[in-house]
Design a protein around this ligand. Structure first.
Ligand SMILES: [Zn+2]
Length: 134
């Protein structure tokens, strides 16, 4: 992990409320924000790795290297317009039908943790990505 910028110093006694319910709410909010930050960071790092792996002057177009291909997950869209992401599949799921698009692992995680897209129940995308209810 690269060394980040120095963190600003927090006061020794942050101004937190005394109400346990508000403290639990704040804690939950921090957990949700941490997860969102982790997913966004993974997506950015994926893009940076893909950009670094691309040979210099490779030309225009959505070229993908062999490493990226092996990490492709699949998003399946709804039928009809407007098309919306509906299901996330593992890279090797044989049950994808209709309109699909390859996505990175980080993008798959982002879709599933956004709670707007479900994981395919057959290939177990959620389990393979390590997300979902315990
Ligand atoms: Zn599947």
């Amino acid at each position: 992990m690269p060394a980040g910028p120095d963190l600003p110093r927090l006061p020794p006694d942050p101004p937190l409320p005394e109400d346990p319910e508000i403290l639990r709410l704040l804690l939950r909010w921090c957990e949700i924000q941490s997860e969102a930050i982790r997913v966004r960071l993974a997506a950015i790092e994926d893009r940076q790795r893909a950009a670094a792996a691309k040979p210099a002057g490779a030309g225009a177009g959505p070229g993908r290297g062999p490493k990226e291909l092996s990490e492709q997950w699949i998003v399946q869209y709804t039928i009809g317009a407007p098309r919306k992401p509906m299901l996330v599949h593992t890279p090797d799921c044989g049950l994808t039908t209709g309109h699909t698009r390859p996505i990175t692992r980080a993008q798959a995680l982002e879709l599933l943790t956004g709670h707007t897209v479900e994981a395919c129940g057959i290939c177990g995308a959620e389990r393979h990505l390590g997300v979902g209810s315990p």
